[in-house]
Ligand binder design. Structure first.
Ligand code: ADP
Length: 153
């Protein structure tokens, strides 16, 4: 079984995340979207909302599951038997950041491979932090987030 973990904060899930996961469906038997609970990272949206929005987004995809985890992503992968970590790349800054994490993860667990997909050009400017900004300032987020979800605090 090819199982991939797509880790992130998903505060909230965006059209960019959705697109990466949908494009990865043909590559894996199962994709676990894993919300990392990080004690020193502050969130706008509650964990239960973030999880619910991911589940709504992929309600049509039985091979996609949503989990919450704490600790190292590679340890979570080991625990659930995943051999791949899926990440999206938008910019050169993303690349530098991901390169460091990917190389450390490889040192920690050499049998887990990180797979990168380039963002679609129309999603390259979308980030959860921009969505939060637009939401807080009462702007229209509908072009930035998955069609099936409605944001609420
Ligand atoms: P993190 O807390 O790790 O920054 P995010 O929830 O922001 O997590 O992102 C999770 C993954 O989704 C990362 O690999 C990130 O590069 C990718 N990603 C975020 N936004 C986009 C986008 N607009 N297009 C493609 N990939 C994206």
């Amino acid at each position: 079984m090819r199982i991939a973990v797509f880790p992130g904060s998903f505060d909230p899930i965006t059209k960019g995340h959705e697109s990466i996961v949908r494009r990865a469906i043909p590559l894996f038997d199962q994709i676990i979207i894993a919300i990392g609970e990080n004690a020193d990272k502050r969130h706008l949206f509650s964990l239960s909302h973030r999880k619910q929005w991911i589940e709504q987004t992929f309600s049509d995809c039985p091979q996609i599951k949503t989990e919450i985890y704490t600790g190292l992503t590679v340890d979570f992968c080991k625990k659930i038997g995943a051999n791949f970590i899926l990440r999206g790349l938008r910019t050169a800054a993303d690349f530098e950041f991901e390169r460091a994490i990917g190389q450390v993860n490889k040192e920690l667990h050499s049998d887990i491979e990180t797979i990168f997909l380039l963002t679609a050009p129309e999603h390259s400017f979308i980030s959860s932090s921009i969505v939060r900004d637009v939401f807080i300032n009462h702007g229209d987020t509908s072009l930035l987030i998955p069609q099936k979800i409605t944001l609420t605090l």
